[in-house]
Design a protein around this ligand. Structure first.
Ligand SMILES: Cc1cc2nc3c(=O)[nH]c(=O)nc-3n(C[C@H](O)[C@H](O)[C@H](O)COP(=O)(O)OP(=O)(O)OC[C@H]3O[C@@H](n4cnc5c(N)ncnc54)[C@H](O)[C@@H]3O)c2cc1C
Length: 492
């Protein structure tokens, strides 16, 4: 196994896309689960901190070590099986998501969890319960995890299969591969009803596998996963529509969301069922205008929507969407429809480029990311949106807003020009998170808490519930070696 400790060779592992920096003694590159077991055994005996690394596209410093050693999963990168008949795949954690999507789509299968950044590792997307544009229809990563092979911090192996290890009320029993019984008390707290990746997933009668999904590298190292696949849709309508009044864009999303949710309940005859409902504010459009001549000069907002169709109903749905665009005064003329796969990829790039450009700006100016990941129940979303916009404008800080508005999930990214603005931006960020909590939402819908949002998790759940999360972690990681500094701080 390769072990690197020369700073030049390991400095990439001391940072992630949030520009959060850290330190470690060495980076290990295991090539098998046995090697992961061997490292964890040694580190657990020495009580030395271990941080698991995916591909470093995380936005919360979660894979950034503060001490001890890093285990990179990049050499655990095999796609073990793609089963076309039963529609599942078995993968190692270091498989790059875009590679996996390509392999399964060549077999006319779809792996729906679709974070905007596809250069991430699958193990990490499970550890962060990643979601993305299409979560509005397909749900987050959690919904696709059928089985996990995990190395616990104590170096024991655990294999969990969805539906097999179910808690009795709040008491969960699991058995390691060597037969040792583990009994956990699941904390009793209420998680928000929104999309959520804030703290451990804990529920009455929950499935053990759900505890590990979204646990941000703190409870175990995923060494293999069995993932559910779907059939590729026959066709997808994909379109970016521009609006010269932001309120119309928001109302368009609201109506498309309502119709889609009703369609799923079979109560709306228009049967629009959006895959994605993504929003861009005027600042986001200005940020992109240099690279995209399609953006009309007077555009004040845009919405990217997608819908699954078939060759036979494509025209009907096209007409439904045009009617909706007209109803909310969208600019039908400049609407950017993808007519083939190349166009569809261009629209995806358009969406990706706004997040990527924001991250470039942060890194270039050597600032830490100040981007919200808040989501609230649909009924409270406009309150959150206009409140956030008002306070950032009053402070005079440049910002862009975009995100998964179908899920009432907003990324407001501040672009401070200097460290004084950065400090002001921090207090605005804090106010937005607190507002989201007041509105029964979450401070992290998809990126996780990592090392940068711990304060807000305490506001969400309160100290007593955080202590229960820590007690749960301690049951699996008595020496508290794994993912130290993620989700919560532990006072010895
Ligand atoms: C431009 C841009 C856009 C983005 N858009 C989205 C988006 O739409 N949706 C979204 O959800 N995220 C998004 N992200 C965030 C990021 O891509 C995801 O959080 C992704 O899941 C991180 O993957 P990674 O391989 O880079 O993980 P890393 O950053 O390396 O690690 C993330 C976490 O996973 C843990 N981990 C990694 N591997 C394992 C393992 N095998 N076992 C246990 N724990 C492990 C790490 O310890 C860490 O806690 C975006 C990021 C960027 C830069």
């Amino acid at each position: 196994m390769i072990i690197k400790n020369n700073l030049d060779e390991i400095e990439n592992y001391l940072v992630d896309a949030s520009n959060f920096h850290g330190n470690c003694e060495a980076v290990y590159f295991p090539e098998s689960k046995e090697e992961v077991v061997q490292i964890l055994k040694e580190m657990n005996d020495k009580k030395k901190p271990v941080t698991v690394a995916g591909n470093g596209t995380g936005l919360t410093g979660a894979r950034v070590p503060q001490e001890g050693v890093v285990i990179s999963t990049e050499k655990l990168n095999k796609i073990v099986e793609v089963n076309e008949t039963e529609k599942f795949a078995v993968v190692e954690p270091g498989v790059v998501l875009s590679d996996f999507i390509k392999v399964v789509s060549d077999k006319e299968l779809l792996y729906p969890p679709d974070p905007t950044e596809k250069n991430c590792f699958i193990g990490a997307t499970i550890a962060t319960n990643a979601s993305g544009e299409k979560t509005f229809k397909y749900g987050p990563t959690r919904d696709y995890v059928m089985e996990l092979e995990i190395v616990l911090p104590t170096a024991e192996m655990l294999t969990l299969t969805r539906g097999k290890e179910i808690a009795k009320d709040y008491s969960l029993k699991m058995q390691t591969d060597s037969g040792k019984e583990i009994q956990l008390d699941i904390p009793v707290y209420k998680m928000p009803s929104t999309k959520n990746t804030s703290g451990y997933y804990c529920k009455k009668n929950m499935d053990a596998i759900d505890l590990f999904v979204g646990s941000e590298g703190t409870l175990g190292i995923i060494t293999k996963a069995k993932l559910k696949l779907l059939s590729t849709p026959e066709k997808i309508i994909s379109c970016v529509v521009f609006f010269n009044d932001e309120k119309n864009a928001l109302s368009f999303i609201k109506e498309a969301r309502n119709i889609s949710l009703n369609t799923r309940l079979r109560t709306d005859e228009r049967t629009i069922d959006a895959l994605a409902l993504e929003f861009f504010d005027v600042n986001a459009l200005n940020f992109l205008s240099g690279s995209y001549s399609q953006i009309p000069e007077d555009a004040k907002a845009a919405v990217w929507f997608e819908q699954e169709v078939t060759h036979s109903n494509e025209e009907t749905f096209f007409d439904y969407w045009i009617d909706l665009i007209k109803q909310f005064h969208g600019d039908e003329e400049s609407a950017w429809f993808a007519v083939n796969n190349t166009d569809k990829i261009k629209l995806q790039e358009f969406r990706h480029s706004i997040s990527a450009k924001v991250n470039e700006h942060i890194t270039k100016n050597n600032l830490r990311k100040l981007g919200t990941d808040v989501a609230v129940p649909d009924a409270n979303f406009e309150d959150l949106y206009f409140y956030s916009k008002k306070i950032v404008e009053e402070a005079g800080i440049n910002y862009v807003i975009y995100g998964h508005f179908g899920d009432s999930h907003m990324h407001l990214n501040m672009l401070p020009g200097n460290s004084i603005e950065f400090e002001t931006g921090k207090s605005i960020y804090r106010k937005i998170c607190l507002r989201a909590i007041e509105l029964n939402g979450t401070v992290s819908a998809e990126h996780g808490i990592g090392k940068v949002k711990k304060e807000f998790l305490i506001y969400m759940y309160g100290n007593e519930d955080i202590k229960k999360m820590i007690a749960l972690k301690r049951s699996l990681d008595p020496n508290l070696i794994l993912g130290r500094g993620n989700i919560f701080d532990i006072e010895e």
